[in-house]
Write a protein that binds this ligand. Structure first.
Ligand code: SF4
Ligand code: SF4
Length: 176
């Protein structure tokens, strides 16, 4: 069991939601896409330290990220428009070391469960913002306005951290 006690059981309960019941490679495309919580963290520019695989996040967003919805403004054409946009697949998910700890793909690949604020659990796309997991209100600039040489000035640590309360088993405001 993981220290936070959120490791998923492997029981094949037919009534369990798909992310608990299915292996990632068994998910339909629709199920796979719905795993994205819409946080937008992975759409921030990142810097990789030379000679290591250490990644630093910045608060500079991809030019296609909508800072309010925290979604890609042209998801269908993203690969054509942004050369280094990475499409997550079951084949590369375990090789991508820079995914935020809150990312649903990372959680499920690590055998963990989704948290209360994930839209698939809450039924509400706003809870990812309410929990402080998304980038809403935290994007410093768009890459359109920041030359590469200035990216180091925008390094931030929060995209690789858990916001307070996000690891609770339920919404803190719903506790009795
Ligand atoms: S970090 Fe993960 S959950 Fe968040 S937007 Fe990126 S792919 Fe989706
Ligand atoms: S193209 Fe869209 S999905 Fe890809 S990094 Fe940019 S905002 Fe995110």
């Amino acid at each position: 069991m993981a220290p936070n006690g959120r490791t998923m059981t492997t029981a094949k309960d037919p009534d369990a939601p798909f992310w608990r019941r299915k292996a990632m490679k068994e998910m339909t495309r629709e199920e796979w896409e719905s795993l994205c919580d819409g946080c937008g963290r992975c759409c921030l520019n990142k810097l990789q330290e030379e000679g290591t695989d250490r990644t630093y996040y910045t608060d500079v967003s991809c030019k296609l990220l909508d800072g309010q919805s925290c979604r890609c403004s042209d998801y269908e054409n993203r690969s054509a428009k942004v050369k280094d946009c990475v499409t997550l697949t079951t084949r590369n998910i375990n090789r991508i070391v820079w995914l935020p700890p809150t990312c649903a793909y990372r959680l499920i690949a690590d055998g963990k469960d989704l948290y209360w604020w994930h839209p698939l659990v809450s039924g509400d796309p706003d809870t990812v913002h309410q929990a402080g997991v998304s980038v809403r209100g935290k994007v410093g600039a768009s890459e359109i306005d920041v030359p590469d040489r200035d990216l180091e000035d925008h390094i931030v640590s929060w995209p690789l951290k858990w916001p307070k309360g996000a690891k609770e088993k339920a919404s803190p405001s719903k506790k009795v």
